[in-house]
Design a protein around this ligand. Structure first.
Ligand SMILES: C[S@@+](CC[C@H](N)C(=O)[O-])C[C@H]1O[C@@H](n2cnc3c(N)ncnc32)[C@H](O)[C@@H]1O
Length: 274
């Protein structure tokens, strides 16, 4: 599943970050970036290269943070053999730091009206990835705890949370199958995590939703987002909902209409604990 080309490509991008941050040679960096972009055949990898390029040129003040993230991404490319959801850069965007991703965090939050559900609440984000949804919601929720099996994503999330001074964000590395939290939470985020493309999820759907329910406070909410329709068919999704409904009651369910291709067509649901 890991791509042997990925470490080289990310190392190259890190070299470009050096050119931009340390030596400020934008023309040289731009020409190397564009060469990488035009040689790349995979559409999502091309998007990731372009995202990185746009971010580097837009930010000046946040250079140290971007530089730190670039170093973590290089480490990830060298040492993390599992699937890379960011395809060489980032899966989630975080506009306050001028970080683009393959998924649009702001659009997701707006379309799902997430702020209205998490306002003043204690939130638990399963498979938080880089924690950018958590960081975006931090200013309005009481606290948000997120975890992910990928330690490099968590390092990135913690770097961003620290940079922005979000003291109510707690991100840690962990497998959901092994996580043991003492607390229960008023809102659980289960976004594209009930099964995972990287095969790192070993829970059955039954075990997964049972554990979600165990972490959900009485009268709490489970906010659920499906995978994109190309990965999870209508029939498969109905089976997921059947199991989910053993533990939760679905009060709202709709398809996301976002313009971002990674977001569009997914199903979002608001569920209360039974
Ligand atoms: C499709 S991404 C979704 C990320 C995030 N929830 C979102 O919607 O933006 C799936 C995430 O789950 C993580 N993951 C996969 N298996 C996991 C497990 N067993 N425990 C914790 N995290 C896991 C992956 O590393 C990845 O970041």
């Amino acid at each position: 599943m890991s791509n042997p080309e990925q470490p080289r490509a990310t190392q190259k991008a890190q070299g470009l970050a050096d050119l931009l941050y340390r030596k400020w040679q934008p023309i040289k960096a731009l020409s190397i970036f564009l060469r990488m972009f035009y040689r790349e055949k995979d559409e999502e990898k091309r998007s990731s290269i372009l995202n990185r390029l746009c971010d580097y040129f837009q930010i000046r003040k946040q250079l140290p943070l971007h530089y730190e993230i670039a170093k973590i991404l290089e480490e990830q490319a060298q040492h993390y053999s599992s699937y890379d959801y960011g395809k060489g850069y980032l899966y989630q965007s975080f506009p306050p730091a001028h970080l683009r991703g393959l998924r649009n965090t702001e659009t997701r939050i707006a379309e799902m009206q997430l702020r209205s559900y998490v306002s003043g609440k204690m939130v638990f984000d399963i498979g938080t990835n880089t924690g950018f949804l958590a960081c975006s919601l931090a200013p309005i929720c009481s606290s948000i705890t997120g975890f992910d099996i990928n330690p490099y994503c968590i390092q990135i999330g913690n770097a961003v949370a620290k940079y922005f001074g979000y003291t109510n964000v707690r991100l840690f590395t962990g497998r959901f199958e092994e996580v043991q939290e003492k607390a229960t939470y008023e809102v659980i985020l289960s976004f594209a995590n009930h099964s995972t493309y990287d095969h790192n999820t070993q829970h059955t759907l039954e075990e997964y939703f049972q554990k979600c329910a165990a972490y959900c406070a009485d009268h709490g909410l489970l906010l659920f987002e499906s995978h994109f329709p190309g990965y999870e068919s209508e029939d498969q999704l109905e089976k997921v909902f059947q199991i989910l409904q053993t533990y939760f009651q679905v009060t709202k369910r709709f398809r996301l209409q976002s313009k971002t291709s990674g977001d569009r067509g997914r199903t979002f649901a608001v569920c209360t604990k039974k």
